[in-house]
Design a protein around this ligand. Structure first.
Ligand SMILES: Nc1ccn([C@@H]2O[C@H](COP(=O)(O)OP(=O)(O)OP(=O)(O)O)[C@@H](O)[C@H]2O)c(=O)n1
Ligand SMILES: C[C@](O)(CO)[C@H](O)COP(=O)(O)O
Length: 229
């Protein structure tokens, strides 16, 4: 299972966080959010290479972070694109050709644990494409443009998709290439494969593996990490 390459998209603008700069540099328990995310993969024996994708103006800061945190597996820090999808594609391109199995994990998901990641690798080893997700806790309604409720979706078959998402390199590259050629956009990488008609396996994730998106998420992340200490 070794020789896995990690792509960490971290080139977003963090608009919903409203910090005025990339939210992944916000401090979480005395370290930038991004440092927590990268540390996990640095410590995994199954990971041989990490690529971090940043906004053009953040590249030198990310390189400094890599240096000071002593992240030896980071093979490249490359420039992302306007959409998350563009950033992931750039990251995949920057991985060594020897890497044939790729995990994509949001820079903004710093709470994944090594144990959960290794369980994920074990459970997904037979699949060419697989993702983490968690059952939806709320009742989910579809509404029209005016907010009128149309119906209630059967919750048993709904999952909130997370990262990590794992793919055979060939399939992920093909999905990104095809999507780019027609301008198809998906909010995660798995959706590009779904669009192509390629099967994607869902495995149980962890509720704590939140994406730090708004200020409340940062507070929650701090509480979770405090409890883990
Ligand atoms: N063009 C983009 C957009 C997003 N991301 C990354 O994709 C992950 C998930 O995106 P999200 O949490 O939505 O981050 P932002 O796009 O930064 O948030 P917002 O939509 O609030 O601006 C983040 O790690 C983000 O940095 C990226 O690498 N390149
Ligand atoms: C990839 C992802 O984190 C899965 O939940 C999510 O889709 C990213 O979404 P966003 O639209 O960039 O917030």
């Amino acid at each position: 299972m070794a020789n896995i390459g990690i792509v960490i998209p971290a080139a977003g603008q963090g608009k919903r966080m409203g910090a005025g700069y990339n939210k992944q540099f916000l401090m979480l328990m005395e370290k930038p959010i991004l440092a927590h995310t990268v540390r996990l993969f640095e410590e995994s024996d199954f990971v041989s290479e990490i690529v971090i994708v940043g906004a053009e103006g953040d590249i030198s800061v990310i390189k400094e972070l890599v240096y000071y945190q002593e992240f030896h597996k980071v093979a490249a820090v490359c420039i992302g694109g306007v959409l998350r999808q563009d950033s992931v594609r750039a990251g995949v391109r920057a991985l060594s050709p020897t890497i044939q199995r790729i995990v994509v994990h949001d820079g903004a998901r710093p709470l994944l644990t090594l144990q959960a990641f290794h369980k994920f690798l074990e459970e997904t080893r037979e699949y060419s494409a697989a993702i983490m997700g968690v059952p939806i806790k709320d009742t989910v309604k579809r509404v029209d443009i005016a907010g009128k409720v149309l119906d209630t979706l059967p919750r048993d078959y709904l999952r909130a998709a997370q990262t990590p998402q794992i793919f055979d390199r060939e399939i992920l590259e093909e999905a990104h290439q095809q999507a780019a050629s027609v301008g198809y956009y998906g909010t995660d990488d798995a959706s590009l494969l779904e669009w192509m008609g390629h099967p994607v396996q869902m495995v149980e994730g962890m509720q704590e593996n939140i994406k730090v998106t708004t200020p409340e998420d940062l507070l929650l992340a701090e509480r979770i990490l405090t409890q883990r200490r």
